[in-house]
Design a protein around this ligand. Structure first.
Ligand code: ADE
Length: 420
């Protein structure tokens, strides 16, 4: 039976196919895993529901899981991140049941999650925990059949840990985000590059000489700050955590409260995971022409309803830019509807970092099938052997060799007798 799907336009499949192929060239670790999965079929007959950004990189992950023998259903983890051509290629050419279209309404977004859940998954893959949340609330009848799940992102892991704390989580989940081979690279270099890419594609703004305010100093924000500085911007960091703030200071950034940064910033980027980080009082003091973007998972970091209330008029000078003219004549431009700017206006993280993130997803899917019955209904880290193996494979694919401890060095590290 052909898989069902709901996508924007099946005629885009050829374009999507080329894009998936282009991405695969930069994903050697996932490619190698896919080849092994094809031989060993570790997910034979396993039903997977995946709620991820539907991109070329995700396309390669879906095909890797399919090569392992899984039946994959895929929906979007954000209404504005789907690459419709990729969705078409997966549905038409691979028989993957994709339910996603770029720009879909909130109702359609949840209807798509429901369709992705309809085959009663044994494994779930999530990016932000909307699918897990839906499964535990509206679709709880399906919970008994779920072995376990994987979560891709910081925001999702925070939500899942809250569920586990409340005793509400009904199956084990592996926090892929917490793997070193994921967040050191994807969150930092991926978000860093793709966020700047999204801002530039949306606006064509020059970063050199601008004051760029980065809200938060987690792994994603560190990447954004680092890359903005690399483009010649004067970077200001805002934080609530004293250790992170101190780190930002010693990394050479100016650190101040948002209410002060709001007066001097030219470009604002939020990546904190919390809500109303840029709020009414900040819009009230911003300079004319300020650009405001978000790179955190949900579109709550910028108080958009407040901005709408404060506006005398609104227009869209170009795609992904909504400019609000406030009653005193100052203009503030919101980029990408306040949704993840790197996926709304650009193409998300480059394939070379998603290679490691999705290698984690693939290997943890295999691990979960083998070990689910030993696990409790809590959030687990990625097993260290998987994390290290991914780094090893990535280095190998890059043609980089590293040293090995001599027996004497190994003994020394395990001993305590030798000192000064
Ligand atoms: N999250 C950020 N970038 C992504 C990409 N390229 N594919 C899937 N998920 C992502």
């Amino acid at each position: 039976m052909a898989s069902p799907y709901r996508i924007k336009d099946a005629a885009l499949a050829d374009h999507g196919e080329r894009r998936i192929g282009w991405a695969l060239a930069e994903m050697p670790v996932l490619r190698g895993i896919g080849e092994r999965f094809g031989r060993e079929r570790p997910l034979a007959g396993v039903r997977i529901s995946a709620c991820l950004h539907v991109t070329a990189e995700t396309g390669n992950l879906a095909r890797t899981l399919q090569a392992a023998g899984a039946a994959v259903r895929l929906c979007a983890s954000n209404p504005l991140s789907t690459q419709d051509d990729v969705a078409a290629a997966l549905a038409v050419n691979s028989g993957i049941a994709v339910f996603a279209s770029r720009g879909e309404s909130t109702e359609q977004y949840y209807a798509d999650i429901d369709d992705a859940l309809d085959h009663a998954p044994q494994l779930t893959l999530d990016d932000g925990a909307d699918l897990v949340s839906r499964l535990h609330s509206v679709r709880a009848e399906l919970l008994a059949g779920v072995l376990g799940g994987m979560e891709e992102t910081t925001t999702g892991v925070i939500r899942l840990r809250a569920m586990a704390r409340d005793g509400a989580l009904r199956y084990p989940v592996i926090a892929v985000n917490d793997a070193a081979s994921k967040h050191f690279f994807d969150n930092r270099y991926g978000t860093g590059q793709s966020t700047i890419d999204g801002i530039i594609r949306a606006t064509n703004v020059l970063l050199a000489g601008k004051n760029v305010v980065v809200a938060g100093y987690g792994w994603c924000s560190r990447g954004i700050a680092m890359r903005a500085r690399g483009m010649g911007a004067n970077v200001i960091v805002t934080e609530v955590d004293p250790l992170r703030a101190l780190e930002a200071v010693m990394d050479g950034y100016r650190v101040m409260p948002m209410i002060e940064a709001a007066r001097v910033g030219d470009i604002f980027v939020t990546s904190t995971g919390d809500k109303s980080v840029i709020d009414r009082q900040h819009f009230e003091v911003m300079k004319d022409g300020a650009l405001v973007a978000n790179s955190g998972h949900f579109n709550v970091e910028i108080n958009i309803p407040a901005l709408e209330e404060m506006a005398a008029s609104v227009w869209e000078p170009r795609a992904f830019v909504r400019q609000y003219t406030l009653t005193d004549g100052r203009r503030v431009s919101l980029l990408g509807d306040g949704r993840l700017i790197n996926l709304a206006a650009a193409e998300g993280h480059p394939s070379a970092v998603m290679d490691m993130s999705f290698a984690n997803q693939a290997l943890c899917s295999e691990y979960m099938v083998q070990h689910a019955d030993e696990l409790e209904n809590v959030v687990y880290g990625v097993p260290q052997v998987i994390d290290k193996e991914i780094a090893r494979l990535k280095l190998k694919a890059m043609g980089i060799e590293i040293d090995v401890l001599t027996p004497e060095q190994t003994r020394y590290l395990a001993s305590w007798q030798e000192g000064t």
